[in-house]
Write a protein that binds this ligand. Structure first.
Ligand code: UD1
Ligand code: CA
Length: 487
C-alpha cells in the first residue's frame, strides 16, 4: 500500500511499578537494546510521517534515551490525567495540524512487536476500511490483561479491563494485545468522549472501541498466531522471558542464514550482532553490541565478545574480548582477556592466559603464553616469549612500548615503557628491557648466576631435598644397592 499517511504513537509514560527498579521500565534491556529502542526501531521501519513518544515517569531519562536513539521522535509529556487514552489524546495534538491518516499505537514495554505483524494489521485495517483494528491473542492465562468482548455472532462489542471485568468476562481468553491502528478522526472523536469512570480512575484507550462502535464505526480485533508479538514486560520475570524469546528468534535468524549454533540454550546474541554464513558458535558464547564475525570463524565455547570485529577463519576459545579487532586467521585463547583497543593481525596469536590492552599486534606475531601486553605496538612476525610483562604504568602515567618486526622476546621479560625494541632483535630469557634495543642486537640483563655448593645439605638438613642431594652425590654403582627410599 503506497499511499499510507502514518503516525506512530509509543506509550512510555507509565512507572513500571512491578519492575521494582530505579531504572524506568522501558530502559531495561534485552538483546543489547532497551525495550523502548526495540519499539522505536520497529516504528521507524514503518516509515511513518511522525513518531510521537508519550513520557511522564522519569521523563528526562526516558526522553533522553529516546532522542539519543531516534532523534526525530517528538516527545510529548503526559499531564495529571492518567491512562493510555489520555496519553494518546495528548500525542494526537503533536501531529501535523493537517494530519488525517492512520495512527499506530504501540507500547514502550512490548518489545517483541515486529514489522510484519503491524503490516498485517494495517492490511486488514485498510482492506475492511475500519476505524480501529487491534491485535488480540488467545492466551491460556489471560490474567491481568484487557479482554475482547464479542456478541453471540462473534462481532466485537468492546474491551473490558481485568479490574473492571465481571467474573464471567474474566473467563474470556481473547486478550487485547495493546497494538492498534486507528483512523485519526475517529480516534480523536472517541478520545474526546472517554471518561475516567472505571476501577482505576484512568482514561482508557481501550474505551475507544465501544465509542467508535456506538458512532457506527468499524472495529475489529485480529488474533495473532504468535502471542509473543504482544507480550508486555511488567516485571523481571517477564523481562527474562521476553529476552529469552528474542534471543531464540535472533538465533533462529542466524541459523537460517547459514550460521552453525550448536547450543541455542547457552548462546546469547544481541540484536545488532552480524554473523556471516559458515560461522560456528560453540556453547556458552555471548556476542554483544556491534560485534561482527566473518565467514569460517569458530567462536567458543565459553567466550564473550563485546563490540569486536572478527575477520575470516578466526578461532576464539574460552576468552573474553571488548572493542578488539582480530584479522583473518588469528587465534585467541584459551583463557585470553582482551581489553579495548587491541588489534591482532592476520595469522597472529594471543594465547593462553594472556591479557592484552590497547595492543596492536602485527600480522603473524604471537603472544602465546602467560603475558600482559598493554599500550604496545608489535610489528610483523615477532614472538613475545612466555611470561613476558609489558610494564606500561609507572604509577602515574601510562607509556608506549614499540616492538619491531621479526623480534624474539625471550621468556619472562619485563619491557619497561617507554621503550623501543627495533626490528630483528633478540632478548635473552629474563631480560628487563629498560633501554631501547637497536636493530639486530641481542639484549640481556647481565646478572651472573652463582651456585653455592652444598648449601642445601648444610641449611636444610632432614628434608627430601637434602636427601636427594646426598643420593645424587653418591657414585652411580652404589645407588643400585640402595633400599627404596621412604619418608
Ligand atoms: C493495557 C491495556 C490492556 C491490554 C494491555 C496489553 C489499557 C487501558 N489497557 O493494559 O487492555 O491488555 O495493555 O499489554 O490500555 N501508559 C502511558 N500513560 C498512562 C498509562 C500507561 O503512557 O497513563 C503506557 C505505559 O507506560 C505502557 C502502556 O501505556 O507502556 C500500557 O500501560 P499499562 O499500564 O502497562 O497497561 P496495562 O495495564 O498493561
Ligand atoms: Ca503493560
Amino acid at each position: 500500500m503506497a499511499e499510507r499517511s502514518l503516525a506512530v504513537v509509543i506509550l512510555a509514560a507509565g512507572q513500571g511499578t512491578r519492575m521494582k527498579s530505579t531504572l524506568p521500565k522501558v530502559l531495561h534491556r534485552i538483546g543489547g537494546r532497551s525495550l523502548i529502542e526495540h519499539v522505536l526501531d520497529t516504528a521507524a521501519a514503518l516509515t511513518p510521517e511522525r513518531i510521537v513518544a508519550v513520557v511522564r515517569h522519569d521523563r528526562d531519562r526516558v526522553s533522553a534515551a529516546i532522542l539519543n536513539h531516534a532523534p526525530d521522535t517528538v516527545i510529548v509529556d503526559q499531564d495529571e490525567v492518567p491512562g493510555t487514552g489520555r496519553a494518546v489524546e495528548l500525542a494526537l495534538a503533536a501531529l501535523p495540524t493537517d494530519f488525517d491518516g492512520s495512527v499506530v499505537v504501540l507500547s514502550g514495554d512490548a518489545p517483541l512487536v515486529d514489522g510484519p505483524s503491524i503490516d498485517g494489521l494495517l492490511d486488514s485495517h485498510f482492506a475492511e476500511q475500519r476505524d480501529m483494528t487491534l491485535l488480540s491473542a488467545l492466551l491460556d492465562n489471560p490474567t491481568g490483561l484487557g479482554r475482547i468482548l464479542r456478541d453471540a455472532s462473534g462481532g466485537m462489542t468492546g474491551i473490558v479491563e481485568e479490574k473492571d471485568a465481571s467474573d464471567e468476562q474474566r473467563l474470556i481468553t481473547e486478550i487485547n494485545g495493546g497494538i492498534y491502528v486507528f483512523a485519526f478522526r475517529a480516534l480523536a472523536r472517541a478520545l474526546a468522549d472517554i471518561d475516567t469512570n472505571n476501577a482505576q480512575g484512568e482514561k482508557y484507550l481501550t474505551d475507544a472501541a465501544s465509542r467508535i462502535l456506538a458512532s457506527g464505526g468499524g472495529v475489529e480485533a485480529v488474533a495473532t498466531t504468535d502471542p509473543w508479538v504482544v507480550a508486555g514486560v511488567n516485571d523481571r520475570a517477564q523481562l527474562a522471558d521476553a529476552g529469552r524469546e528474542l534471543n531464540a528468534r535472533i538465533i533462529r535468524g542466524h541459523q537460517r542464514n547459514g550460521v552453525t549454533i550448536v547450543d541455542p540454550a547457552t548462546t546469547w546474541i544481541d540484536a545488532d550482532v552480524s554473523l556471516a554464513s559458515d560461522v560456528e558458535i560453540l556453547p556458552g558464547t555471548f556476542l554483544h553490541g556491534a560485534t561482527s564475525v566473518s565467514t569460517g570463524s569458530v567462536i567458543g565455547p565459553d567466550t564473550t565478545l563485546t563490540d569486536c570485529e572478527v575477520g575470516e577463519g578466526v578461532r576464539v576459545r574460552r576468552s573474553e574480548a571488548t572493542l578488539a579487532v582480530f584479522q583473518a586467521g588469528a587465534e585467541i585463547g584459551p583463557f585470553a582477556y582482551i581489553r579495548p583497543g587491541t588489534e591482532l593481525g592476520e595469522g597472529g596469536k594471543i594465547g593462553a592466559f594472556v591479557e592484552a590492552k590497547n595492543a596492536r599486534i602485527g600480522d603473524g606475531s604471537k603472544v602465546p603464553h602467560l603475558s600482559y601486553v598493554g599500550d604496545v605496538t608489535v610489528g610483523e612476525g615477532s614472538n613475545i616469549g612466555a611470561g613476558t610483562i609489558v610494564a606500561n604504568y609507572d604509577g602515574v602515567n601510562k607509556h608506549q612500548t614499540v616492538v619491531g618486526d621479526a623480534v624474539r622476546i625471550g621468556s619472562k621479560n619485563v619491557l619497561i615503557a617507554p621503550v623501543t625494541i627495533e626490528d630483528g632483535t633478540y632478548t635473552a630469557a629474563g631480560t628487563i628491557v629498560r633501554k631501547n634495543v637497536p636493530a639486530g642486537a641481542l639484549a640481556m640483563t647481565v646478572a651472573p648466576q652463582r651456585n653455592l655448593e652444598g648449601w642445601v645439605t648444610e641449611n636444610r638438613q632432614g628434608t627430601t631435598s637434602a636427601a636427594a642431594a646426598e643420593r645424587a652425590a653418591q657414585p652411580a654403582t652404589d645407588s643400585l644397592n640402595d633400599t627404596p627410599h621412604t619418608t
